[in-house]
Design a protein around this ligand. Structure first.
Ligand SMILES: [Fe+2]
Length: 384
């Protein structure tokens, strides 16, 4: 592929280069470059044998073959069809049939609870042309998971799920060419895109039985705590918890999906990026979100069993719940200890921790120091 570096961090003049081998792409991924643009017009033909394979794709396909995978796929498909049906109803001016959604949300909630990994792995695979509907299903599932994580009761959890399914109802009025445009949107196109929350809200407000929560999520899921969102530029104090939760679920799913203009990011990479974008998300809810997914981004604080605090230093693509960590604090002794790198081998050995809880008030600078520090040992194994 031919890639350009719009921030000119490695190419100096902003021009691009041709990547011929997977390791060349890997080098860019590991570098400080945040993103590159793929210029399909200047792509060079390669033999199929050298085609770049996504690291986690085989694992995702493997999920499909299992019984859990099939049930998750069925729940996703039923919900996707329901979202498509709602879109048709809106287009034809027919009332939205909320009763039809209830059993789908119930099944989706059940899958989120019992079949979490298969469901979320499958939800990240979206054909680019199916993005809009599947994104709504993914946001519904993420909202359900997050609502449970913050202690909502099951009736409210279902309401959050429904709000997730309906949050982008206004996209019905955004033309396909804008929704799936591979290039940068023009100002006029951007205005059309930004009209979808208000428009969705108008459509839902005249439908019967839509909850206040779903209306709020639809109108405010693009608002940001720092006041830089749209449509109203509301700031933190005016933003409901539901709208903040929706913003997190919405952006996370967009980042971890293949889009017309970019390939999917890994969950770890998406969460790391989201944690670094100050003012964009509610920090407390984002940390609940990270815990609810059982994913540990590089740089986050974790507890290893009950004995130590550690910082995550490397992702594990095959098993997101088993990263490599650098332990630096003994909980049993209550003090800092010599750093030791540990390769986590069993899910459930780690739990995420909030730095403030342990008195690490300036976690970003402590994290940077710990990440730079050379460890004393080669990674040890940590079994359950
Ligand atoms: Fe949206």
């Amino acid at each position: 592929m031919f890639v350009r570096d719009p921030q000119c961090r490695w190419s100096g003049n902003g021009d691009g280069l041709v990547l011929r081998r997977p390791d060349e792409l890997a080098r860019i991924r590991e570098s400080a470059v945040e993103y590159v643009l793929v210029d399909t017009g200047r792509a060079v033909a390669v033999k199929p044998a050298t085609k770049q394979k996504s690291q986690d794709r085989p694992q995702r396909t493997a999920v499909l073959g299992t019984a859990a995978g099939k049930r998750a796929a069925k729940a996703i498909d039923a919900s996707r069809k329901a979202v498509a049906k709602i879109a048709d109803d809106i287009r034809l001016g027919r009332p939205i049939q909320l009763v039809r959604l209830a059993p789908l949300i119930e099944e989706l909630s059940e899958q989120v609870r019992t079949n979490t990994e298969a469901l979320f792995s499958l939800l990240r695979i979206k054909r680019r042309d199916q993005y809009t509907y599947l994104h709504s299903v993914a946001v519904a599932a993420l909202m359900i998971n997050l609502a449970r994580a913050v202690g909502e009761d099951e009736a409210s959890v279902a309401a959050y799920g429904t709000a997730g399914l309906l949050h982008d109802a206004g996209k019905i009025a955004v033309p396909e060419q804008i929704l799936n445009k591979p290039d940068r949107l023009t100002d006029a196109e951007f205005d059309v895109m930004r009209s979808h929350p208000a428009l969705g809200h108008r459509i839902l407000a005249v439908s019967s039985g839509i909850s206040a929560l779903a209306l709020d999520v639809c109108l405010h899921h693009h608002e940001r705590p720092d006041g830089r969102g749209y449509p109203d530029g509301l700031d933190g104090a005016d933003l409901s918890r539901a709208a903040r939760m929706a913003a997190i679920c919405d952006v996370y799913d967009a980042l971890t999906s293949d889009r017309a203009y970019k390939d999917a990011w890994s969950p770890q990479r998406a969460l790391e990026a989201m944690q670094s974008w100050t003012g964009q998300f509610d920090a407390e809810l984002l940390s609940a979100f990270v815990s609810s997914l059982g994913i540990f981004p590089v740089g986050s604080l974790v507890r290893v069993r009950d004995s130590a605090l550690a910082i995550v230093i490397a992702d594990n693509h095959a098993e997101p719940t088993c990263p490599t960590v650098r332990s630096f604090y003994s909980i049993t002794r209550g003090c800092r200890v010599r750093c030791e790198d540990v390769q986590i081998r069993a899910a459930g050995v780690l739990s995420p921790e909030r730095p403030e809880r342990w008195g690490f008030d300036d976690w970003p600078s402590l994290a940077a120091t710990l990440l730079e520090q050379a460890a004393d040992h080669t990674p040890q194994r940590c079994e359950a």
